[in-house]
Design a protein around this ligand. Sequence first.
Ligand code: GLA
Length: 738
Amino acid sequence: MSIAFSAETSSFTLRVRSSVYVIEARADGRLVHVGSAPASGGWTPTSLSQYPDADYIWEPGGPRYELPTFGDVAHSDVALKASFPGATGDLAPGEANHVPVRDLRLRYVSHEIRTDAAPALSAKHQQLPRESSTQRQTLVIHLRDIGYDFHVRLFYRVTPEYDVIERWTEIENRTNGEVKIESLAFGAVHFPIGDYDLTHAAGSWAREFIPTTRPIAQGVTMLAQQGLNTGHSVNPFYLVHERGQATEHAGNVYFGALAYSGNWSLRFEQLPTRATHVIGGYEQTDFELILAPGATHTTPAFVHGVADDGLGGASRRLHAFARDYILPGFTDDQLRPVLYNSWEATYFDVSADGQIKLARAAAEIGVELFCMDDGWFGARRNDRAGLGDWVVSPDQFPQGLKPLIDEVLRLGMRFGLWVEPEMVNPDSDLYRAHPDWILHFPGRPRTERRNQMILDFGRADVVDFIYRALDTLVRENDITFFKWDMNRYSTEPGSSAGVGIWRKHVEGVYDIMDRLRTAHPRLDIQSCSGGGGRIDLGILQRCDQAWTSDNTDAIDRVWIEDGYSLAYPLRAMECWVTHEHNHQTNRRLSLDLRFDVAMRGTLGIGTNIDRLTDDEKASYSRKISFYKRIRSVVQNGDLHRLANVRDGNVSVWQVVSADRRQCVYSAVVVDQRQGQHTPMYRLRSLLPDTVYRVTDEHNKELLRVPGGQLMSLGVPGDARSAGLGRSMRSRTLWIEAV
Ligand code: GLA
């Protein structure tokens, strides 16, 4: 059993494949963390009973609460702060009951261990994970305040084979008065005593997901986003490792991620004793939740675990869990389709004829899903008008979308549309009809970004209006894909929902997506937010793939891909091959390099394909067929980062199938100086005695050797030249057991 309770020590032991996590209810009812350890260490934390200071709350070395609350701790960060309108306890003589009580002390009441009746895998998954025998259990620990009838339930859902524990918190007000919640996390995770480094992603628009490592110094180190999307500058996941003790392939790595898409924080704190923890949940600035009598609030989840095989091991665990438990599953077949997107080909200049031309060219080269980007609706001829009016523009499409969609379907592709449902241009029918539907503070300046304002999802009628608009589009047209965009920073968050807007907005987005997917089971959604501004485990529960960045320059993308891959699965990483002369960076890059980098995730094409020469078309077709040959491994296999671009300007990925008989090798040499040798990398995780055949996109055999040989020598390092000297070269190889 993955969850065990010992009545003797009043402790809970949560076991997953490679680690153990122990919690104890102390004699006075405090629920504290005993320890977590990689199973490979051979030791298991058991009890705190021998530690003299374990209950001494004023020492930083004192209790490490599973959910530290304001009231029970005074010297460190807290996960929950509540304010009660008046006292319940006995008042001292002459003491007036005039101040709200901001003191919450939770004590253990009871617990239960639930076993999931059916595996929670999406019914749409045909290709089940490696071992589908996983038995998931959930521990629910019930806590109550020492005086107030205020209850907290901590959930721990354990998926042993995936090494993952999902945590969330439920708070319930059974008092007669309103309780004001001023801070609320989804959970807190304590690391073994030590000094740690934090690896995470940092960046900005067009430069998302840059891998970064920094120390968790004494005090608080915070990653946070104040906004209505997940954010471009930091992303809600972490890989934490003891200083100097972990590499890409070895060492213990404590990983975690929040399943939430806006206004989040991960606060890491190291105390003077070297006790270190992270508290993850709603960002505290501008946070408040009023819990009415009888009301309950359930937080989103905080996913965490421990890898004993380095940063790569942590990434592989997060990927596998997201692939098999988080992502919605497949609609049509087992693989993500090759997509065409018209944005960089036409920008706003869309028309039925033009799109049909592109669709024909797309079908010819092997595209399976055709998505028309911005510009098809209302008065949207540029980014200054029309946003919010989700009706097909009669000027561009006098006969509606039908002729285009019919042609796309006839060509054997699926059809998709770009939408940006949370926004309006002031120059739109929607804004003219409902100027009061946008976020703003009355009488104060309203700023626009890309000429747009944000709809007030604090209003149920606005959320419902947008749902109905999108639902109508899908009902009236054969649309099976939305690219759902969100293109601005969040300012002036004035809403009818008050400070609750931060949560209401995210809940509104989730609600519309969930309802659409339920009403239209064949609909897939791509998450986009000015590129990679909305990628997290919460949105990936509802979106099949995500647009990682507006920057499609293959060299810049290598950095973005390395950082993205720290946490998120390749199947969800949408990558386009765009023009030779890149529109964002002005750099010229070869077709080989552009394809090699885009084939690392779900392949898309974004060039003006109706203008390709016959030779170019043939190259596109050949490369797309090659991708189709390797994509089941790219999209469902296990990633090994053999070289990280940040360590030496070379990025080498190897993705291996579950049975280890097939693998994809993808190398990009970003920069190589005269006199520097082209490096070779040993492959990993192959069957040593099995003979493998190494081929390129022309199916030309380059090598035929046992796995052991590839794992000791690697493959020849002569990456193709892009005609740019020794730099910017790449190669993708298919390696299969014979
Ligand atoms: C955002 C997206 C782009 C494109 C444009 C359309 O910038 O990230 O891919 O869809 O919007 O306006």
